[in-house]
Design a protein. Sequence first.
Length: 148
Amino acid sequence: MPLFSLPRRMIEETFHVLRSCGDNRRECQLYWVSSWNDPLKLLEVVHPRHLSSAYALSIDSGWINEFWNDLADRGMGVRVQVHTHPSEAFHSATDDAYPLLPEAGFLSLVIPDFAMGPVGFDRAYLTEIQSDGSWQQVDIEARIQIDG
Ligand SMILES: [Zn+2]
């Protein structure tokens, strides 16, 4: 099982973005990206242009196209998508149906309470796309290590 390394500044930035964008009443989503040269070392938080409500979120398709081009130009890839839920963290049927990247090994992290709780993985939910395309919940500590 590959173990991703997440710099502490990235978990802090993640909560900052999720809280300021979501304002404790809207979902927010962002991505953790890394280089193809060293895929397990997460490097950047990317906050997409999106619309959202308390229970739904849609990413601007023009933004997505620019994002793919930018990642390709820089030799980077998205490893983890992160989004908030109003209370409990889990994967809804919509979450299952529309990952950013429908690819085995892609990880989706859900943060409860619009990320208003403590910075970290308390009550968070991590799930991974399997080789048959299904999702399976995985242990967060086994897959993501906060460094620094
Ligand atoms: Zn947002």
